[in-house]
Design a protein around this ligand. Structure first.
Ligand code: SF4
Ligand code: SF4
Length: 294
């Protein structure tokens, strides 16, 4: 099969790897992520649909197999900020989540679990396909300021401030309970990302993503550049990465800079691994120097 000419156009990101290495190789982590995200939705729906309660509750607080509590760490932090000590099960649920995500991989909740990631990925894909290049500039660390404001605001107001406008919970309610009343929030995020700021919501504003970035800052599984010399500067990885700034140092840095993506904002989605026709990236660990694990 003829190999497509190299292109720096965002519209054609991924075309070369598809033609050179095949469809599965070009989309494997994207497909696995979607299966993971949809499995979580199905685990919530298994009770109402088949009377088998795998997950009971919602994305903010749930019970796994009616035994293991799982709680959103941001809600727990807000609750503590208001001065209210949540019940033991809620605290244990938050501790379990923090332990899992601190250990596993950077922001793995965002790319493998969060339902809103499907929406923001769709907006980014449509931006590329429509050739929308203009984007308002926002600082990437604004999300950490918003996180701090939410905690201070919760302490001052005595309410769980973020939960009034949490679009992740809103989309969860749509999937799990079929409630469409808050769908406008999800639509607003989609349009914001599509028309106003590239990767605007997840890459600049979302305080849940910021919380998971802080939790997973020292987590183990990391994307790694196998060999900088193999890179032919096609830019496909930068076009598809929702946090492209995290690739700069490992890929284009000085010889002494680490070739492991250690930035806490990397969401471990694996799109750079998928999309690179030169096999420049792999999943590895933060301790690994040479060996690939995938
Ligand atoms: S940044 Fe927020 S909305 Fe985006 S994937 Fe992460 S938790 Fe979900
Ligand atoms: S790492 Fe791969 S996808 Fe990224 S610019 Fe280099 S060749 Fe292209």
């Amino acid at each position: 099969m003829a190999i497509a000419p190299k292109s720096n156009s965002p519209k054609n990101a991924g075309l070369e790897v598809r033609e050179k290495l095949g469809w599965w190789r070009a989309y494997r982590f994207l497909i696995l992520r979607r299966l993971s995200q949809l499995s979580v939705v199905l685990m919530f729906l298994s009770g109402p649909l088949w009377n088998v309660w795998i997950l009971k509750g919602n994305y903010s607080a749930s019970l796994l197999f009616d035994v293991i509590p799982l709680t959103d760490p941001l809600i727990t932090a807000e609750s503590l900020a208001t001065g209210y000590l949540p019940e033991w099960n809620t605290l244990l649920g938050a501790l379990i989540i923090v332990a899992i995500y601190a250990f596993l991989a950077s922001k793995v909740f965002c790319s493998w679990i969060c339902p809103l990631n499907i929406v923001t990925d769709c907006a980014a894909w449509l931006r590329r396909k429509l050739g929308i290049r203009q984007s308002a500039k926002l600082p990437r660390n604004l999300r950490y300021g918003i996180l701090a404001m939410i905690l201070v605001g919760s302490a001052v107001s005595g309410t769980l401030l973020w939960e009034w406008i949490n679009p992740v919970a809103a989309l969860g309610r749509v999937f799990v309970y079929g409630l469409g009343a808050t769908l406008w929030l999800v639509l607003a995020v989609f349009l914001f990302d599509l028309l106003i700021v590239e990767h605007g919501w997840c890459g600049h504003l979302c305080p849940i993503g910021a919380t998971y970035a802080l939790i997973g800052a020292k987590s183990i599984v990391r994307v790694k550049v196998v060999d900088r010399k193999k890179c032919d500067r096609c830019m496909d990885c930068f076009h598809v990465c929702p946090e492209p700034q995290v690739l700069r140092l490992p890929l284009n840095g000085k010889p002494e800079d680490s070739q492991i993506v250690l930035d806490k904002d990397c969401i471990s989605c694996g799109r750079c691994v998928d999309v690179c026709a030169e096999n420049v990236f792999t999943f590895s660990t933060r301790f690994e120097k040479e060996k690939r694990i995938i």
